[in-house]
Design a protein around this ligand. Structure first.
Ligand code: MG
Length: 374
């Protein structure tokens, strides 16, 4: 049981913000970004170091957290209680004094789990109770400047070896582009994600998407509109999936009781860490939901954590985890997750995450660093 494994006395915690240059600009509410800024957490205990990555973006565009709020909560409230924690299982109780901020908690937990895995010689997938093996990778493709550019992007992803594609949709960018992709690639495993951008006035578009043979429509309505999602789901043949709506088991129970979803997008950052994600996956299966692991434009460090999580038996669907080389000019771990000949991202077998942080790259891309003693 991972919960019972000793962490050792934590002597030092490093919080470091790095700016990873993107292959192509990423649209946000604050404008186009050319880097994916990432908050890294390094925990040192007894001569062993563990690394974790915070899923938060620089802007509160996906959920409320940002890199700045995560640094504040980690430095002021989460790192200080680490000194009294002996095992991974005690983390949740130690963090319980902090409301919210799941991405901050998840980042520190992932560094601790990496450290525990390295200290005890166990890969993360085994610590979590998963099985060796991997699943076909998928890609998520954002809003594009034209339908032609989108169809080309999908074609490139398929040529690279991906078999499943998730398209971001938004009111005004939905039926026409998705129909075009469907007509070019009739057999493609295709799904869409609205990131909560639809409302009561967009029903016609959602009903039209329902006719396009999609595997799933993810989070069309805002996170807190479970009643609206339940009503919408009753009108659609395509399964509805939830992402932003589910941050806790309570959210999941409410969604299931209302019939608001048939699929759960599991992201360890959004739900407070790997151990909470595992608990959610188990409950989701008991409630009859399908489960997949989704990505957050992570570096290879965070993405490898997601690959380990994806080995759980409760994960029933292939997700949208692609190789970081698709969107990052340079990764900060070795090996950087890459597609194998079967179209899968292999799960490392070494202790902890099984990847090595490239200190030279991290140093060169560092924007800010602070060192804390619990
Ligand atoms: Mg989503």
């Amino acid at each position: 049981m991972v919960e019972e494994l000793e962490i050792g006395r934590v002597e030092r915690v490093e919080l470091r913000v790095v700016g990873l240059p993107l292959v192509a600009p990423f649209a946000t509410a604050a404008g186009a970004r050319t880097t994916r800024d990432v908050l890294l957490v390094r925990v040192d205990a007894g001569g062993v170091a563990g690394w974790g990555e915070c899923a938060a973006f620089a802007e509160p565009s996906y959920t409320a957290e940002t890199i700045a709020t995560a640094r504040h909560v980690l430095a002021g409230f989460l790192v200080p209680v680490l000194g009294g924690v002996r095992t991974a299982g005690e983390l949740a109780a130690a963090f319980s004094a902090v409301r919210g901020h799941p991405m901050a908690r998840a980042a520190l937990e992932s560094a601790v789990l990496d450290l525990v895995g390295r200290r005890h010689g166990q890969p993360l997938w085994r610590l979590l109770g998963g099985s060796p093996g991997t699943r076909p990778a998928g890609v998520a493709i954002g809003l594009q400047p034209s339908v032609g550019v989108l169809v080309d992007a999908v074609g490139r992803a398929l040529a690279e070896g991906y078999r499943q594609v998730k398209l971001k949709v938004h009111p005004g960018w939905d039926v026409e582009p998705v129909r075009a992709v469907r007509s070019h690639f009739p057999d493609l495993g295709l799904w869409v994600d609205g990131n909560g951008s639809y409302g009561p006035g967009n029903l016609d578009a959602l009903l039209a998407l329902d006719e396009l043979g999609l595997r799933m429509i993810e989070q069309p309505l805002p996170a807190d509109d479970l009643v609206g999602l339940a009503r919408l789901g009753a009108r659609l043949g395509t399964p509805l999936g939830l992402d932003e709506s589910v941050e806790s088991v309570g959210d999941l129970e409410a969604a299931a009781a209302l019939g608001a979803a048939r699929v759960l997008n599991l992201k360890p950052g959004r739900v407070g860490g790997m151990l909470a994600a595992r608990q959610l996956a188990r409950r989701a299966r008991e409630l009859g939901l399908e489960v997949f692991v989704g990505g957050m434009l992570e570096s290879g460090l965070g993405r490898t954590g997601c690959l380990h999580l994806q080995t759980l038996g409760e994960v029933t669907l292939d997700g949208d985890l692609s190789a970081p080389g698709r969107y990052l000019q340079e990764d900060l771990v070795k090996p950087s997750p890459g597609l194998d000949a079967r179209g899968c991202l292999p799960v490392p077998s070494g202790p902890g995450t099984g990847v090595e942080v490239l200190q030279e790259v991290v140093d060169r891309l560092t924007l800010a660093v602070e060192v804390l003693v619990p």
